[in-house]
Ligand binder design. Structure first.
Ligand code: NZQ
Ligand code: ZN
Length: 398
């Protein structure tokens, strides 16, 4: 295991009905809130009205910015920052999926800075400006997926350059996150499945890329993946099953909280390539991950067969029966593909609407520049150089 600092200063309030705490929690953080949310769902399902009512009862004024798109764009966030400035807001509330929550983190910075938010994003061009101040942030997830409710980062897209990259600082940890799984009951099947795959990828990436001798992290990761594999199919069959939704919500928060990733390498090759995909094609994050996960597993397992074999045995209860690590690893990958197929997420590029290969080269360059080690390769059991990335995209296009 590697040395690490574990720091999670977010107060987490969890449970069905806990949205009623938003007023009292907000009052401790500010007097004038800006609510950052998506274009439709929070308003369509009456959540904005509930939140503003609770705030009003506690004397917290609220202005709503409801123009955040999936894969939130830096220019939209700059506009929200301007609104926060005009209204002298002293608290940012992110209400929605990862896009709204990440945008809220961006607004917390943009509201206090004159320069564009993109200058603070680590996109591999000019060094990012350090974040030295941010408004206090409260996050209210309405979708179990990204873990933005319990981490210090946001993923921001630049639609002019098609880059998608990370805004990060300890100042961006939410002060409070209210995780009320009732708010996720309306999430449609496609985004429910995408969110589940995102949670799995948040822990499986560290499982494969991480250091040896991390038994707590490995077992924690397998526990999270098993929880998603049990509760995602239930949520798809019975969207209003609050117990299943609650388990997905808690899995989402735990996955990227640092509890599982600490003490081992933080290589995220599936995410790095997915951010290129959604940066160029504006697809759902979890759908892009679902496409890439088995492809990268198949490309990589021979470089770390024992760890892949461990996944087969401990996650899928596959017995060794005299097989080698590599044989067991392949059996585990096949089991993962069967699971993905069972939730409608064993996909091809064509099935997610990408029918040309004209951007593969730019996507590989972006992933390496933004997320690569010295810009040369993506960390992975088998390091992914440009040619490897082009081969992976090429295989997916067949
Ligand atoms: O936009 P609205 O109208 O709100 O609708 C959204 C959107 O269409 C809808 N939705 C959300 N809650 C709902 C709901 N529909 C019905 N009922 C509800 N309760 O779902 C759609 C997808 O929402 P979005 O926020 O885009 O999805 P997700 O939570 O998957 O977030 C994706 C973004 O988060 C980033 C991704 O890259 C992507 O930009 N990530 C953030 C991370 C982080 N902060 O640590 C880590 C992740 O790996 C990820 O990269
Ligand atoms: Zn993710």
């Amino acid at each position: 295991m590697q040395n690490f600092v574990f720091y999670l200063p977010t107060r987490i309030i969890f449970g069905a009905g806990t949205i009623d705490k938003v007023g009292t929690e907000a009052k401790a953080l500010g007097r004038r809130a800006i609510i950052i949310t998506g274009k439709r769902s929070a308003s369509a399902f009456g959540i904005i009205n509930r939140v503003t009512d609770y705030l009003e009862r506690e004397g917290v004024a609220a202005v709503v910015f409801d123009k955040i798109e999936p894969n939130p764009r830096c220019r939209t966030i700059d506009a929200a920052g301007e609104l926060a400035r005009q209204n002298k807001c002293d608290l940012v509330i992110g209400l929605g999926g990862g896009s709204a929550m990440d945008a809220a983190k961006g607004v917390a910075v943009a509201a206090l800075e004159a320069r564009p938010l993109w200058d603070f994003v680590h996109h591999g061009g000019m060094p990012a400006k350090p974040i030295t101040r941010a408004l206090p942030i409260m996050e209210i997830p309405t979708l179990a997926a990204t873990g933005s409710e319990a981490d210090a980062g946001g993923v921001i897209s630049n639609w002019e350059t098609h880059e998608k990259a990370v805004l990060g600082s300890p100042l961006l940890f939410p002060k409070v996150s209210i995780i009320d799984p009732e708010l996720t009951l309306t999430v449609p099947a496609d985004y429910t499945a995408d969110g589940g795959i995102d949670i799995i990828c948040h822990v499986i990436e560290g499982f494969f890329a991480g250091a040896d001798n991390t038994p707590i992290q490995d077992r924690f990761a397998i526990g999270v993946i098993k929880t998603v594999m049990e509760n995602l199919p239930i949520s798809l069959r019975e969207p209003r099953n609050i117990d299943a939704r609650a388990n997905l919500s808690w899995a989402s928060a735990v996955a990227l909280s640092g509890m599982i990733g600490s003490g081992r390498d933080q290589a995220f090759p599936i995410h790095a390539l997915e951010h290129s995909l959604s940066g160029h094609y504006d697809i759902s994050h979890g759908r892009g991950l679902a496409l890439l996960m088995p492809a990268i597993m198949e490309y990589s397992y021979k470089s770390r067969p024992a760890k892949y074999a461990m996944l087969a045995e401990e996650l899928f209860d596959i017995h060794r029966d005299g097989r080698s690590d590599e044989e067991l690893a392949l059996a585990g990958i096949e089991a993962m593909k069967r699971f993905l197929a069972s939730v409608g997420r064993l996909l091809t590029l064509k099935e997610i609407g990408i029918t040309d290969n004209s951007r593969f080269e730019a996507m590989a360059d972006d992933a390496l520049r933004i997320y690569g080690v010295k810009g040369e390769y993506l960390g992975n059991p088998k390091p992914l150089y440009k040619q490897d990335i082009l081969t992976i995209f090429g295989n997916l296009a067949e």
